[in-house]
Design a protein around this ligand. Structure first.
Ligand SMILES: NC(=O)c1ccc[n+]([C@@H]2O[C@H](COP(=O)([O-])OP(=O)(O)OC[C@H]3O[C@@H](n4cnc5c(N)ncnc54)[C@H](O)[C@@H]3O)[C@@H](O)[C@H]2O)c1
Length: 441
């Protein structure tokens, strides 16, 4: 079978992971970026970003990937072009197109010289109503060709999580596409048939429906997380009540399901918070008040403060707090919208505690944003040394195995705050006091 030639515009966290995953599945990939360092690294077989399994796959399949700054070269040498540039949130919460449109402009100009039926895939998260309007007309204008005849266009978002991007991309629950063209749909279905390792079902909608679907899915996940945290807050006010048990029980109902239904420290990261806000903004533009994302956003913003208040109730000002975990979730160095980082920041900045932090991957990123007074520890044990209280703020596996003996030996007054239910309440014996999210005392 003919090798599929793919170009990817934007070799960041998602684009680079997609490139290695596609190379693994037999594609020839040309990556484009405006960052010369990313291009140099990829061509040298070095990953420009940190992501689970990325460097390994780049080492194995790097010969099938080249990187360039030249969009035209990439488009002309490929059958399909994925646009995976960043779409940061604007002040009003809508996604910005300021990286997307220059990239689309260049793709359109290249399409003018391209024969056959090349396909343009918009993978980045855009506001509903972008692909089939602004993007399509820009491509048509610059290429001089009609969408659906001279080229195909599809919106095709990814539902991946940082830390497992490659696995998620190759094994999605489903593939979502939005296109008006039967020819594009058939080509993309065949493409994903070869790419996915798990025979994922493909859902093809209109571009607008798929754009709404993308942010709706994330909006639903954030609502579920927030619901679980609401039960957690109620349980904490009632002696002997455990929200984890309640969630586990109601999650057995197939209408509800277990995933994302556990007490925790709220959601963060580069997608959930902003997709949730973007849904509200999208509804507002239609003169609809979307109460749900608003309530979810407000509730989520309170999660770090709930933990901080718990610390204040236990420890006098000036006490030493060890915060384990800073990234918004395990297996990633990303601290964007991280609840753990918020906890550390609030304790040090506004509450007058002495704070030490440790994270397996996020220390460098956190150093740039946390107050100077925060101490950065090289290990969990060093972070715990001399602390009055420890907070498990990101559920990295290595924190789960910390022993009560270590806590007793290294901490001054071992108090544990377990935000993710990683430790056992049984650890709260002897000198050690244990408090956990969603567990009433
Ligand atoms: N990272 C995630 O977890 C995730 C998940 C789902 C969806 N998304 C969406 O995917 C998109 C990309 O996200 P990301 O996290 O990979 O972003 P990123 O910031 O890591 O990478 C974007 C890359 O695009 C490059 N770029 C910008 N303008 C360019 C241009 N004109 N030509 C070529 N390259 C250009 C940047 O230099 C950067 O390397 C966003 O819309 C995001 O919302 C991301």
């Amino acid at each position: 079978m003919k090798t599929t030639k793919v170009s990817i515009i934007g070799m960041g966290k998602l684009g680079t992971s997609m490139a290695v995953a596609m190379a693994k599945r037999g594609c020839q990939v040309i990556g484009v970026d405006i960052n010369p360092e990313a291009i140099r690294k990829i061509n040298a077989g070095e990953s420009p970003v940190e992501e689970t399994g990325l460097q390994d796959l780049l080492t194995q399949f790097g010969r099938k990937i080249t990187a360039t700054a030249d969009v035209a070269e990439a488009v002309l040498k490929s059958d399909v072009t994925f646009v995976v540039v960043a779409t940061p949130s604007q002040a009003d919460g809508a996604f910005s197109n300021h990286q997307v449109l220059p990239a689309v402009d260049r793709i359109g100009r290249a399409l003018r010289h391209k024969k056959g039926y090349p396909i343009v895939v918009i993978t980045c998260t855009v506001m509903p109503g972008t692909t089939d309007t602004i993007i399509r007309s820009l491509l048509e204008k610059r290429s001089g060709k009609k969408c659906g005849r001279g080229f195909g266009l599809v919106y095709n978002p990814e539902f991946i999580a940082l830390g497992s991007v490659i696995r998620d991309f190759l094994n999605p629950d489903f593939v979502l596409m939005g296109t008006r063209e039967r020819k594009t749909q058939k080509w993309m279905e065949a493409f994903y048939g070869r790419i996915c390792e798990n025979k994922a079902p493909v859902q093809t909608l209109t571009p607008l429906e798929a754009e709404i679907g993308k942010i709706s899915l994330n909006c639903f996940c954030t609502m579920k997380i927030t619901f679980a945290n609401m039960i957690a807050e109620v349980a904490e006010a009632l002696p002997g009540v455990d929200a984890a048990q309640i969630n586990r029980a109601i999650g057995l109902d197939t209408r509800i399901g277990q995933r994302y239904l556990a007490p925790g420290l709220g959601f963060g990261g580069p997608c959930f918070p902003r997709d949730n806000v973007a849904f509200r903004v999208f509804a507002e533009r239609l003169k609809i008040t979307a109460f749900l994302p608003e309530a979810v956003h407000t509730s989520n913003r309170r999660q770090a403060a709930r933990v901080v208040n718990r610390v204040r109730a236990i420890l006098p000002k000036g006490g030493r707090v060890a915060v384990l975990g800073l990234s918004y979730k395990p297996f990633t160095p990303v601290i964007e919208e991280s609840q753990a980082l918020q906890v550390a920041r609030q304790l040090a900045e506004t509450q007058g505690f002495r704070v030490a932090v440790y994270d397996p991957q996020a220390l460098d990123a956190a150093r740039k944003v946390l107050p100077k007074a925060v101490a950065f520890a090289p290990s969990s044990a060093a972070c715990l040394a001399g602390a009055d209280l420890v907070i498990l703020a990101t559920p990295w596996p290595e924190f789960k195995t910390l022993s009560p003996t270590l806590l007793e030996k290294t901490m001054r007054h071992p108090v544990m705050i377990d935000c993710w239910r990683c430790w056992s309440p049984k650890m709260g014996r002897g000198k050690v006091r244990y408090w956990a999210t969603g567990l009433g005392k």
